[in-house]
Design a protein. Structure first.
Length: 237
C-alpha cells in the first residue's frame, strides 16, 4: 500500500475508485465512531465531525446495526436499523471492530453513482445481507458493481466452536477455516468474496487487513467495547 492510498492519518486506506467517487476505511487515529461502545456521546460526535471534514462532506449517514440482512436507502430514516445502507451518491458509513466492512460502487442508468456500505458479520453474512444489498441496488437499476472489503478479523484468528463453523459453512461454503493454533475458525472475508463473485460483482482486496492482529484497528476480540472503525463511500463533484 502506498502512502497516497493511506490518506492523512484518520484514514488507513483511501482511494478515488471512480471519477467523483471515493472509498475509505478509518483506523484508530480517527477515534471511536460508535455511540454504543467506548467514548461518551460528545466525543463520538467530535470524531464523526472531524471525519466528515477530512472527507470533505457535510456528514456521513450511519446505521443502527443489528447483525441482520435489511438493506435501506440513505435518507429514509436519520439512523435506520439495518446492516446495509444504499445511496445515489450520499455519504454512507458502516462501523466494525472485526466484522467485514463492505463497500459497493456502481452506476445507475442516469449516470448517478450507486453506493452501499454493508456490515457483514457472521450472522448477517449467513442470513444473506451481502446478496440483499447487491439485489436491492440492481433492482433500482445499478450496473457495473465493484466491491471493496476493509479491515476485519481473518480466518486464522476468528476462533469459533466447531458446530458454529460447520453451521455457517453449510450456509456460506468456503468460510470454514482453522486458526494458527489449530482450532475451528471462520473466514468471513472469504465468505463475503465468494458471495460477491457468485453474484458477478468484481472484488478488490487491496484494503483488507486483520483487525485482530494489527493495533491500527479496533478489535472486539482483542479488546472488547473500546471502539469502532468505519468503511465509507461518497460521491463528490
Amino acid at each position: 500500500m502506498t502512502e497516497a492510498q493511506r490518506g492523512d492519518g484518520i484514514f488507513w486506506w483511501r482511494r478515488d475508485v471512480r471519477p467523483g467517487v471515493t472509498v475509505a476505511f478509518t483506523q484508530t487515529a480517527a477515534g471511536n465512531l460508535a455511540f454504543h461502545v467506548g467514548d461518551d456521546d460528545d466525543a463520538v460526535r467530535r470524531h464523526r465531525a472531524r471525519l466528515a471534514s477530512a472527507a470533505g462532506v457535510p456528514a456521513f449517514q450511519y446505521m443502527s446495526q443489528v447483525h441482520g440482512r435489511d438493506a435501506v436507502w440513505a435518507g429514509e430514516d436519520p439512523v435506520p436499523t439495518a446492516d446495509a445502507l444504499l445511496s445515489r451518491g450520499a455519504p454512507v458509513a458502516v462501523m466494525v471492530a472485526d466484522c467485514v466492512p463492505l463497500v459497493l460502487v456502481g452506476e445507475f442508468g442516469d449516470g448517478a453513482p450507486a453506493l452501499a456500505a454493508v456490515h457483514a458479520g457472521r450472522p448477517g453474512l449467513a442470513s444473506g445481507v451481502v446478496a440483499e444489498a447487491v439485489s436491492r441496488l440492481r433492482a433500482a437499476g445499478a450496473d457495473g458493481l465493484e466491491a471493496w472489503l476493509g479491515p476485519s478479523i481473518c480466518g486464522q484468528c476468528y476462533e469459533v466452536p466447531s458446530a458454529m463453523r460447520d453451521e455457517v459453512d453449510a450456509l456460506v461454503p468456503g468460510t470454514a477455516a482453522t486458526t494458527r493454533w489449530g482450532t475451528p475458525a471462520l473466514d468471513l472475508p472469504a465468505g463475503v468474496r465468494s458471495q460477491l463473485e457468485a453474484a458477478g460483482v468484481t472484488v478488490h482486496r487491496d484494503a483488507e487487513a486483520c483487525t485482530f492482529e494489527h493495533g491500527e484497528f479496533f478489535s472486539h476480540r482483542r479488546e472488547p467495547g473500546v471502539g469502532r472503525i468505519a468503511g465509507l463511500v461518497w460521491a463528490h463533484g
